[in-house]
Design a protein around this ligand. Sequence first.
Ligand code: PLP
Length: 251
Amino acid sequence: MTTMFPAGTPACPPPIAAALAGIRRRIAAAARRAGRAPDAVTLVAVSKFHPQSSVLDALRAGQTVFGENRVQEAAEKFPALRGDWPALRLHVIGGLQTNKALEAVRIADMIESLDRPALAVALARAADRAGRLPDLLVQVNTGDESQKSGVPRALADAFIDSCRQRFGDAVRGLMCIPPAEADPVPHFRYLAELGRTHGLALLSMGMSADFEAAIAAGATHVRVGSAIFGHRPAGPPNGAIPPACLAAPES
Ligand SMILES: *Cc1c(COP(=O)(O)O)cnc(C)c1O
């Protein structure tokens, strides 16, 4: 594949290795400020819309955990890399259609977007067929936004309980994408409290623009895309990602 950047893109993103090193430093500093160990936070490098060559650059720079929000794209980029990179871990982080459940279960190490009963049923069936079950995070629609995936707040307790009955310890934690224009901190705190209530260890929250605030609130996983890989040529089709996320990467 050739470059994914559209003609006329003004600022060149920094090389991926340098960007990764900068993000890792900021993660470690944010963790220390919060009185947490730097290795308590896992960086999920979100490579959606970027070519496999960018994933390889990140792997060579020591990055092992990647996030993709479309199963089809992930299936094209990742399985072929596993032979050479056994430490590679793939997280599916986007809204998941039930007809993609089997492919997702086959290729993912973690699915962060378990958000409704129909998907739980489809994933359970897929796990039976595939003979494997990835780790699971329940995605919570903390802003109760109609266009966004995630279980609504009012249904979260019951849905988490039912997922744990169905999947047991494979349910590792919670994930959220706060509303684009809102202060994300109350959303991060709400998710952390919900995780405590349910005794769930993992919290996937925080993206390029707000991962430090998420770490202060207890994030164990931050999903960082554009600050590592640069601009994406287009946003994802589900409209979940605000235009602000396409801004120039921070240096
Ligand atoms: C694209 C995406 C991200 C990364 O967003 P950036 O702002 O580029 O860091 C994180 N989480 C999800 C669910 C995404 O789809």
